[in-house]
Structure formats: structure tokens, C-alpha cells
Ligand binder design. Structure first.
Ligand code: ADP
Ligand code: ADP
Length: 217
């Protein structure tokens, strides 16, 4: 039976960092809506052009296009054992749509780890984040530095600082999280799916807690 987990948490909480390791350990596809949008942007698709202005402002891309993009992704063969969703859903409408998509696949959301980190720490994390051009691996100049500055350890591609990681955009993204995404915490808590994880500890400790939570499901 395919299993689906939603990683919830503010921008900079460590969702992408954890999703890469944990999805591989559990044999699940890593589905990151932010990575899908950035891929579309790089390829200058219609979807990428539409998403760009929202992303630059730190606002959410409209639900209808976001939902269609993820629906399509969840039909790809690499999701046959399930997926770890990173950055989706981010609104109540997206959460409803996810429930419907999965029920059409005869599946459901099996668990929702919430990675919590204080807001002031998020700003530190995002302002020092370096992202790889080729496949979106992330590093931090202090907390998780690459072996060679500016170069990805995994595929040697160039590391860059995302435009939306600038301090003023980060503040918008954090407030968008509290206004539009945080209602999902209660939504998933009410149906008994929420698992709280302390994200304010070293990367390996968060991974250990996440794996323990998901493997005890
Ligand atoms: P998200 O996907 O939730 O936005 P990322 O995984 O991209 O977050 O992490 C944001 C930044 O914080 C990256 O630079 C990453 O290297 C760093 N980071 C991730 N987890 C931790 C952690 N537990 N402690 C310190 N820094 C972290
Ligand atoms: P982070 O986790 O660091 O906030 P992401 O890479 O997940 O960043 O998202 C970057 C941007 O992509 C968001 O600020 C938003 O504009 C867009 N985006 C990503 N996922 C969604 C989503 N589920 N709904 C709407 N917009 C999204």
C-alpha cells in the first residue's frame, strides 16, 4: 500500500533538507512544489512564467495551478510506493484537493510531521542558504557548508542564493505561512495525523526524530 506524508513547517524549517534523506531511506518519491516551480521557471514554461511574479514577491502561487501541477506529479511512476510531500499543501483548499487526489488513488495522507523552528532562526537559515542550480540540493554557509564554497558536493554544479531568500521577502514568506498555511496544523491535528518535531536542533537529530515518527506509523 502506497504511503503519503506531508512535511509541514515554515520556510527555512528544514523540510527540503530532511525530505531528501528521509524519502530515500523510506523508498518514497520526494515531491517538492517549490522545486517543481523552479524547474518550470528554469525551462521558461507557461507555468514557470505565471509562477515567477508570485514567487519573487514571496506570495503563494494560485491554488488551481499549484494543485494541477502536483496532481500531475503524483501520477508519475516513481510515486508507486508513495511520496513525501514538501511544501504542498500550503492552503486549506490544497489540503482538500490532496485528500481527493489520494482517495482517487485508493490512498490517504498517512502522517503529517510538523517541523517547528522559531521565526528569528528561520531568518538566519534562509539568509545563509545556498541552493544548487542542477538539482536543488541545499547548504548553509555556517550550519551545513559545502566542502568547496559555491560548489555542490553532490553534482559539482554552481550554488546560488535564491532571490526570495532576501530578508524583506523572507519576512513576507513567514507571514504568508502564519496566515495561509498554519491553519493546516489544526486541520491535520483534528484528524489525528499531526506529529510534532523539534526542528531547532542539528540536522541529524531532526532526521532521527522524523524517521522514528514515520517508522512508528
Ligand atoms: P525549507 O525546505 O523548509 O525551506 P531547507 O531544508 O531549505 O528548508 O533549509 C533552510 C536552510 O537551513 C538551508 O540553508 C539548510 O542548510 C539549513 N538547515 C536545514 N536544517 C537545519 C538545521 N536543523 N540546523 C541548521 N540549519 C539547517
Ligand atoms: P520554502 O520552503 O523555502 O518556503 P519553497 O521552495 O517551498 O520555499 O517555495 C518557494 C515559493 O514557491 C513559495 O514562496 C511560493 O511562491 C511557491 N510555492 C511553493 N509551493 C507552493 C504551494 N504549495 N502553493 C503555492 N505556492 C507555492
Amino acid at each position: 500500500m502506497a504511503r503519503y506524508y506531508v512535511l509541514l513547517g515554515p520556510p527555512g524549517a528544514g523540510k527540503g533538507t530532511q525530505a531528501r534523506v528521509v524519502s530515500e531511506k523510506l523508498g518514497l518519491a520526494h515531491v517538492s512544489s517549490g522545486d517543481l516551480f523552479r524547474e518550470n521557471l528554469k525551462n521558461q514554461t507557461e507555468l514557470g512564467k505565471l509562477a515567477q511574479s508570485y514567487m519573487n514577491r514571496g506570495e503563494l502561487v494560485p491554488d488551481d495551478v499549484t494543485i494541477a501541477m502536483v496532481r500531475d506529479r503524483l501520477q508519475q511512476p516513481d510515486t508507486k510506493n508513495g511520496a513525501l510531500l514538501d511544501g504542498f499543501p500550503r492552503t486549506p483548499a490544497q489540503a482538500e484537493a490532496l485528500g481527493e487526489m489520494l482517495s482517487q488513488l485508493g490512498a490517504e495522507v498517512n502522517g503529517v510531521p510538523l517541523i517547528s523552528v522559531p521565526d528569528e532562526e528561520l531568518v538566519n537559515r534562509l539568509s545563509g542558504r545556498w541552493t544548487c542550480r542542477a538539482r536543488g540540493h541545499v547548504f548553509h554557509e555556517k550550519f551545513n557548508p559545502p566542502q568547496k564554497p559555491g560548489v555542490c558536493d553532490f553534482d559539482q554544479s554552481e550554488l546560488y542564493q535564491r532571490d526570495d531568500d532576501r530578508a524583506e521577502t523572507v519576512r513576507t514568506r513567514i507571514s504568508v505561512y502564519w496566515n495561509q498555511t498554519a491553519p493546516l496544523i489544526d486541520y491535520y491535528r483534528k484528524c489525528g495525523k499531526l506529529v510534532e518535531i523539534d526542528g531547532n536542533q542539528p540536522i541529524e537529530c531532526v532526521t532521527r526524530d522524523l524517521l522514528a515518527a514515520l517508522q512508528s506509523e
